[in-house]
Design a protein around this ligand. Structure first.
Ligand SMILES: C[S@@+](CC[C@H](N)C(=O)[O-])C[C@H]1O[C@@H](n2cnc3c(N)ncnc32)[C@H](O)[C@@H]1O
Length: 193
């Protein structure tokens, strides 16, 4: 299957998260924020759609990371440099911006998907399990005044995530909000203080 967005055409292979409203909202927010000299890391790159849009529309350097072998293969085939890893553990160096469209859905045991697709959706019982693990380490991988751009949903608890960012010494603002059916999607911009 193919997806086209903002000067980009990518192929989505089986077992990989299909780009949705959340992917496109975050890609747009990233394009508004990124400067050409920036070094960007995309955590949880999936098909590589957000990285590919950045690559096609800016001169910033970008590398993706994903835990799913299917996502890593797909991102590579879409022309984006990518490594397989669990969040930021295998990353060396510091970045100007880290982008993340995380698994954010509150998920009970019986709601889990089979195989690697579960990693794309399952945010744990409150939706914030992967997000908190990511936030706790992210500051270390950012330059001074580096930024996180992260997609969150009203289903996940936006105020709780903002509080966690503030407690980790980031300033936080909502740069995009949009309502889709049963949820509000928000892009948070957290700046390392
Ligand atoms: C909601 S999907 C977003 C995919 C893509 N960025 C997009 O916006 O279309 C979340 C992605 O995060 C990846 N992921 C989940 N947990 C991860 C972890 N611990 N480390 C790295 N990637 C992870 C999933 O495999 C999935 O590709």
């Amino acid at each position: 299957m193919e997806t086209k967005y903002k000067n980009t055409t990518i192929r989505i292979t089986s077992g990989v998260y299909e780009p949705c409203e959340d992917s496109f909202l975050l890609a747009d927010a990233a394009l508004a924020e990124i400067k050409d000299a920036d070094h960007i890391l995309e955590a949880g790159c999936g098909s590589g759609i957000i990285s590919a849009v950045i690559n096609a529309n800016t001169k910033a350097s970008i590398i993706g990371i994903d835990i799913s072998p299917h996502a890593v293969k797909c991102t590579k085939e879409n022309g984006i440099q990518v490594i397989r890893g669990d969040l930021l553990n295998c990353i060396k160096g510091k970045f100007d911006i880290i982008i993340f469209n995380p698994p954010y859905l509150p998920t009970r045991e019986f709601e889990k998907e089979k195989g690697w697709m579960n990693a794309a959706l399952d945010g744990g019982p409150d939706g914030r399990q992967v997000i908190y693990r990511f936030l706790d380490d992210a500051g270390f991988y950012l330059v001074n005044h580096g930024k996180i751009l992260m997609l969150v949903s009203s289903l996940t608890g936006i105020e709780e995530i903002k509080s966690r960012m503030l407690s980790l010494n980031f300033s936080v603002e909502e740069v995009v909000q949009e309502r889709f059916m049963f949820e509000q999607l928000v892009v948070l911009l957290a700046t390392k203080l």
